[in-house]
Ligand binder design. Structure first.
Ligand SMILES: Nc1ncnc2c1ncn2[C@@H]1O[C@H](COP(=O)(O)OP(=O)(O)OP(=O)(O)O)[C@@H](O)[C@H]1O
Ligand SMILES: [Mg+2]
Length: 288
């Protein structure tokens, strides 16, 4: 029988919504299990992030599915405003999606309470920011072991030495950040991120504040951490040269993954990003 009153129509629409929601939940649950069994360290399903409501709503991410394989370096690229930082913050448990699920090392972080989430971030995740974020009053050495000190864990001495040697800071350990160059400060930040042997290392524009030579040094370190230590790295970058060290390049546009490719050359990346940027500008014009 067709619904006749407004109330009947409304309850029918509600029932459809609930059904659709259940269906989505069911399919995303079974898919999530499939991938977390395998080599994916990070698995995200149906990630949607909307800021604001109604006509003013901004759809920063729209139904993004992504798996990050262990021991690989993945670059995330896309025009400004395409959702890169939002995606990284959600994958790292720094922000919650409006809808969707994320798991890290088999633990679904989108269900955790704040206290457990903080603990998980401390144990499983390393961060490198564009602006280094070192503590000014601590020496290089103290900054490097800070995540362990905070977790009341002792450094494995052999690992600590290996990390410090890898980043080439052996003779700068007693210096404070103000006494180090930008490149050296970022190397301290890389060592700090590696010291806990995190399941995933996230880097948001790690070379954004560096000149090209020191930028290359930092990229070389990230690459070595993958090749020599089996580290998993996810890096957001605007720079085609930086992304060319990645095993995989994921391109976002308008909150969606529009290309997902294995190793690309700098020129291929440059062309792809130029095309996406031009398309983004054209979209903006036509929506005015
Ligand atoms: N707190 C917020 N409130 C409202 N809108 C936001 C907020 N944070 C981000 N946005 C919007 O969400 C979209 C995605 O932002 P995001 O910062 O993820 O982009 P991005 O790809 O990192 O860009 P950029 O390359 O400029 O850093 C943008 O349109 C942005 O304006
Ligand atoms: Mg950003």
């Amino acid at each position: 029988m067709l619904p006749t009153t407004a109330k009947e129509r409304e309850s029918l629409a509600q029932a459809r919504d609930t059904l659709a929601q259940l269906e989505r939940q069911f399919t995303s649950e079974s898919r999530l299990e499939e991938v977390t069994d395998g080599r994916a360290v990070v698995a995200a399903r149906g990630i949607t992030r909307t800021y604001g409501r109604g006509g003013a709503a901004v759809h920063a991410l729209r139904d993004v599915d992504i798996d990050i394989a262990k021991g690989r370096l993945t670059a995330i690229m896309g025009p400004s405003g395409s959702g890169k930082s939002t995606l990284m913050h959600i994958l790292a448990g720094l922000d919650q999606p409006t809808r969707g699920r994320v798991s890290i090392d088999g633990i679904e972080i989108t269900r955790l309470k704040e206290k457990r989430l903080t603990q998980l971030r401390r144990d499983k995740i390393g961060f490198i920011f564009q602006s280094f974020n070192l503590l000014a009053t601590l020496t290089a050495s103290e900054n490097i072991v800070l995540p362990l000190s905070l977790a009341r864990r002792r450094a494995d001495e052999a690992w600590r030495r290996a990390v410090i040697e890898a980043v080439g800071l052996t003779d700068r350990l007693t210096h404070r950040p103000a006494e180090l160059s930008g490149g050296q400060q970022q190397r301290v930040a890389v060592a700090r991120a590696l010291i806990t042997r995190p399941a995933v290392l996230f880097a948001d524009e790690p070379t954004g504040n560096l000149d090209s030579r020191t930028g290359s040094e930092v990229l070389g370190l990230l690459r070595r951490s993958v090749d020599e230590f089996g580290q998993t790295v996810i890096m957001v970058t605007h720079d085609a040269g930086a992304a060319s060290i990645a095993d995989r390049v994921v391109f976002l546009k308008d909150g969606r993954v529009v290309q997902d490719r294995n190793r690309m050359t700098r020129d291929e990346i440059y062309d792809t990003i130029k095309n996406l940027e031009a398309a983004a500008v054209a979209d903006e014009r036509s929506s005015r």
